[in-house]
Design a protein around this ligand. Structure first.
Ligand code: NAD
Length: 313
């Protein structure tokens, strides 16, 4: 199948590209490399440097490639950047997303798989409440959560207007090799990078805030299933359904790395939610997807990569 992967030079997108290439698809990567790295791009995929904010460039490219499917992962993915500059966040995530949808529609693309954000769309999941199901009323608490969620509406609306079909995969906290240890997001990569350099770990607040973590390889599997899911469409959490606190993560990292970290507590960050956990019942039933990689296994793979990367930085 001829597939465009936007954001295919980034952390998650590059793993999706690798898997598609492995299964024999013809893959085109669309990325402006603002946070991505051309070195991540599989040599069997074609890398095209285009900014998705440029409607004419996107439209022309889609006309040339005529993709059967699109995995749309390009985006501004940092909550704090979205707070500082909500206009930029909206321009990339909402208008850029719309450019991708409209170009796909023009060229008769059958399916769009979209990188949604389960970690921000639901807002705070109150203590004691069940894991968030897809039917829970969205309550994004950041410009990023709003921009990621807005595109879901366009996808559903255009699907109802004749296509493309769509699958929104609402990602939880994704981790694994190629996640930047120097970014503001991605606590496992950041902690592992600091451990590797012998630096202390900063914990904001008491460290009891919880998140739902999924290994990037499991997320890739969800993309492969969603691309070939017949007429199945809609919104799906791609979650483990398990809550892990920051303090639990530190214990697991100690187990995996054999290094006892120095932990420094800092004041809780304004606006940070305490609890995120999502149900994976819908994706299990519709696509037979489950999170197969345990945190310990996924962390070991991440640690191996960080040692190689930071060791050679
Ligand atoms: N990492 C997570 O835990 C997580 C969680 C929920 C959702 N997501 C979503 O998954 C997607 C991929 O995230 P990631 O963690 O791999 O981040 P990433 O920053 O590594 O990847 C994003 C990619 O998009 C590219 N990009 C950004 N703006 C662009 C533009 N205007 N035009 C073309 N390309 C552009 C970047 O260069 C980068 O390669 C994003 O849409 C993000 O919102 C990520």
């Amino acid at each position: 199948m001829r597939i465009i992967v936007t954001g295919g030079a980034g952390f998650i997108g590059s793993h999706v590209v690798d898997a598609l290439v492995r299964q024999g698809d013809e893959v085109f990567v669309v990325d402006n490399l603002v946070t991505g790295d051309a070195g991540n791009v599989n040599p069997k995929a074609r890398m095209i440097n285009v900014d998705i904010q440029n409607k004419d460039a996107v439209s022309a490219l889609w006309r040339d490639v005529k993709p059967a499917a699109v995995c749309h992962l390009a985006g501004q993915m940092d909550v704090r950047v979205s707070t500082r500059d909500p206009g930029y966040d909206a321009a990339v995530n909402i208008l850029g997303g719309l450019n991708v949808i409209l170009a796909s529609r023009e060229q008769g693309t059958q399916r769009i798989i979209y990188a949604g954000s389960g970690g921000t769309v639901y807002g705070e999941i109150p203590a004691g409440a069940s894991p968030a199901e897809e039917t829970l009323l969205p309550n994004p608490l950041s410009p990023y959560g709003i921009s990621k969620h807005t595109v879901e509406h366009y996808l559903a609306m255009y699907a109802a207007w004749g296509g493309p079909e769509y699958v929104v995969l609402r990602f939880p906290n994704v981790y694994g090799p190629r996640q930047s240890p120097h970014g503001e997001a991605g606590v496992i990569a950041i902690f592992a990078g600091r451990l590797q350099q012998g630096l202390p770990l900063f914990v904001f607040g008491d460290g009891r805030q919880t998140r739902d973590y999924v290994y990037v390889g499991d997320l890739v599997e969800a993309h492969l299933l969603a691309l070939r899911a017949g007429t199945v469409q809609g919104v799906f959490n791609v979650a483990s359904g398990v809550e892990t606190s920051v303090l639990d993560l530190i214990d697991l990292l100690r187990e995996v790395t054999g290094i006892a970290p120095v932990v420094i507590h800092q004041p809780a960050r304004a606006g940070e939610v305490q609890r995120v956990v999502m149900s994976n019942k819908r994706i299990l039933e519709a696509l037979d997807w489950r999170a197969r990689t345990s945190l310990v296994t996924g962390m070991s793979q991440t640690w191996d990569w960080i040692r190689m990367k930071v060791g050679h930085a």
